[in-house]
Write a protein that binds this ligand. Structure first.
Ligand code: SAH
Length: 211
């Protein structure tokens, strides 16, 4: 159930859905998603669906993880990427295999700790973790070549856009439940160019720290 063959089937499905970037496909093929879900759900880890990870949160659907990673890689040669919403750590693990340095922020302390432990155990040395409200970004480490939001705000926080390099891109869902769109926002000198990618369904971005 957690074999290479089930992973290969998942990747075949991602290709059918239009994922083309071979770097993304090979990383999705190699990443053990079953380690990022609860043991009872491990047999479903390679279905193309979101799954619960506790605390009312979910691990994103593989297609969405692949799509957002593909969009990150379209931003030239991103070196440093900030993720908002560590959750299970799966998206961070995928990113960490295609860019040199990943920063990830989670507001639920228990999830942040679990992901940190797992990702260190699996051997990722290029991910830095922070437990806080990610709406503020990570100013000490800014600017970032790309920012990936894995929870949906009604409006993209300006503080996040301010932490992009010129030509940097923010990728993430925007809107309330049932009406979200995946967006790419590109920073151009003093303005931001917005592009709608496709409808999506993410958990909401919440404010404050959940200890
Ligand atoms: N990238 C995750 C997806 C987890 S779901 C994965 O691959 O598993 C989105 C996550 O965003 C949840 O864990 C939720 O707690 C977190 N989140 C919501 N609002 C946040 C905020 N303001 N700052 C940081 N994390 C937030």
């Amino acid at each position: 159930m957690t074999s290479q063959r089930t992973r290969d089937r998942m990747v075949a499905r991602l290709e059918e859905l239009g994922i083309r970037d071979t770097r993304v496909l090979s990383v999705m093929r190699a990443t053990p998603r079953h380690l990022f879900v609860e043991e009872a759900l491990a047999s479903r880890a390679y279905e193309d669906t979101a799954l619960p990870i506790g605390y009312g949160q979910t691990i994103s659907q593989p297609y969405i993880v692949a799509r957002m990673t593909e969009l990150v890689l379209q931003a030239g040669r991103p070196q440093r990427v900030l993720e908002i919403g560590t959750g299970s750590g799966y998206q961070a693990a995928v990113l960490a295999q295609v860019v040199p340095q990943v920063y990830t922020v989670e507001r639920i302390v228990a999830l942040a700790e679990r992901a940190r432990r797992l990702l260190l155990e699996v051997g990722f040395g290029n991910i830095r973790f922070r437990t806080s409200d990610g709406s503020w970004g990570w100013s000490e480490e800014a600017p970032f070549d790309a920012i990936v939001m894995t929870a949906a705000p009604d409006e993209i926080p300006q503080s996040l856009l301010d932490q992009l390099v010129p030509e940097g891109r923010l990728i993430g869902p925007v809107g309330s439940e049932g009406a979200q769109q995946l967006m790419v926002v590109r920073r151009e000198n003093r303005s931001y160019v917005r592009q709608v990618v496709e409808p999506v369904s993410f958990v909401p971005l919440r404010r404050g720290l959940d200890a």
